[in-house]
Design a protein around this ligand. Structure first.
Ligand SMILES: [Zn+2]
Length: 59
């Protein structure tokens, strides 16, 4: 299975997750766009980035 490069952390990852609005909520997408203004949801994100963003800023 081909590996992908995460557009957020630039790591080579097993898989990228798409359809983040289904996995999480608008807050997560806002966080990504704040850090990476050129990112679009179709670019995807790796699970680690999703977890990192989920665990930050929500307190
Ligand atoms: Zn990543």
């Amino acid at each position: 299975m081909a590996k992908s490069r995460c557009p957020l952390c630039n790591e080579i990852v097993e898989e990228l997750r798409y359809q983040l609005h289904l996995l999480s909520d608008a807050y997560l997408i806002q966080q990504i766009m704040t850090e990476h203004p050129e990112w679009v949801e179709e670019d995807g994100a790796c699970p680690m980035c999703i977890e990192r963003l989920r665990s930050t800023g929500r307190a």
